[in-house]
Design a protein around this ligand. Structure first.
Ligand code: NAD
Length: 376
């Protein structure tokens, strides 16, 4: 296929989107359209560090423009916070393709759009897998741009990181859960600690494996009976009704399914799980405040679930090294957040937000300081 045939039309739509209530000083929003393949994608760049921003691409059939923009604006803002607290030299972005079944040609045109944004605007958007996008589709994107992460590297003698981020995310959640247990219960190990895990997919399964090896007692729920049986059989976990898992009187509730899950029903003294957007009121941190008022320690979602992002960033490094980095990063960040929250009598999500702002500012200033140093 010739380059011209695959070239999409890239339009800067920032001005149009800026009136949307979810818009918060985003750097740029682009529309990438390719008539021959039917591609309609939007790339939301919330922040740039040294000209780069990373965030997955999702596929969804949005009802209208407002819903499409709301999703992209909110998710890209979240990526800025996640990457800042994870200490990565990257800004936050997200892409959303509005389609039910993207074709290989669409993905190539999307990849070409990413390359054109780099050429024409000097902005490096790095894409990865998100809802509805498979590794096979990402390989099509990679035919047109190198700005792609999440493709399994060829393995040699030493196991390398890359590909499926689920196990890496799970490891970060496991270490974060340990940090929360230590902070709240003064316990150094998880032996006999009871954990209710909601959702046994790509993250939940591996989290259960880590917890089982550490001697925790597991209660598990999933809407999918096969997944439930798999975890029950492999790790001796006790299946519970999905309707009851949130309100179980256990030591830890680990939400690893969908967002908006934090509620007054929670009775565990610790909430530590991978689900994204656990609060409905993300801007006001309403649920985080409610949990603090009830004496429940909440490990903020984008801090505890950053392992996948870290693995994607360090793709190609040895797996052991990346696991160590994830453990260290998640533990250090959470211990800091828990300590500040106690000292200032603040809720953990608000403390995490303040930390993210602080770290983003530091990261933005750092390249300038380095340039000055080089010029001196
Ligand atoms: N995969 C990653 O690396 C990663 C990284 C960061 C955050 N997350 C977040 O973690 C969560 C889990 O991700 P995943 O990749 O494991 O997803 P997944 O789709 O592989 O698994 C989710 C599981 O939750 C189950 N589920 C859905 N609703 C449920 C309910 N009401 N009760 C019980 N089970 C329910 C599903 O049947 C499925 O088995 C998501 O919120 C995701 O956004 C994932």
């Amino acid at each position: 296929m010739s380059e011209q045939m695959i070239d999409p039309v890239v339009t800067d739509i920032t001005a149009d989107v800026s009136a949307h209530p979810e818009f918060s000083n985003h750097e740029k929003v682009f529309e990438v359209a390719h008539e021959a393949s039917g591609l309609r994608a939007r790339i939301f760049i919330h922040s740039l560090i040294e000209g780069r921003a990373l965030g997955g691409c999702r596929r969804w059939t949005y009802d209208d423009d407002a819903a499409w923009n709301a999703d992209g604006l909110r998710l890209s803002r979240g990526m800025t916070r996640k990457s800042a607290v994870a200490g990565l030299p990257l800004g936050g972005a997200k892409a959303a393709i509005c389609h039910s079944d993207p074709s290989p040609m669409m993905m190539r045109a999307f990849g070409r759009g990413i390359a054109m944004i780099e050429e024409q605007y000097g902005m490096t958007y790095i894409t990865a897998e998100d809802v509805g996008i498979t590794e096979a589709l990402l390989k099509e994107v990679k035919k047109e741009t190198q700005n792609v992460r999440g493709i399994t590297p060829e393995q040699g003698d030493v196991e390398l990181s890359g590909g499926d981020p689920g196990p890496f995310t799970a490891y970060g959640v496991f270490v974060g859960l340990q940090a929360a247990v230590k902070h709240k219960m003064g316990r150094d190990d998880l032996s006999g600690i009871s954990v209710a895990v909601q959702g046994l997919g790509d993250v939940g399964y591996y989290l259960c494996e880590f917890l089982h090896e550490a001697g925790a007692t597991l209660y598990v729920a999933d809407l999918d009976q096969e997944r439930l049986n798999r975890v029950a059989n492999a790790f001796g976990a006790k299946p519970v009704d999905p309707a009851d898992v949130i309100s179980m009187k256990v030591d830890v509730f680990a939400p690893c399914a969908m967002g908006g899950v934090l509620s007054e029903d929670i009775r565990a003294p610790i909430v530590a799980g991978s689900a994204n957007n656990q609060q409905k009121d993300e801007i006001g941190n309403g649920e985080s405040k409610m949990l603090r008022a009830r004496g429940i320690l909440y490990a903020p979602d984008y801090v505890i679930n950053a392992g996948g992002l870290i693995s994607v960033y360090y793709e190609g490094e040895t797996k052991d090294k990346v696991m160590d980095m994830i453990g260290m990063q998640v533990q250090t960040a959470l211990e800091k957040i828990f300590t500040i929250a106690d000292k200032e009598d603040a809720d953990t999500a608000s403390v995490a937000d303040a930390l993210a702002k602080e770290m983003l500012l530091e990261k933005k200033l750092q390249p300038v300081a380095e340039q000055e140093k080089a010029a001196a």
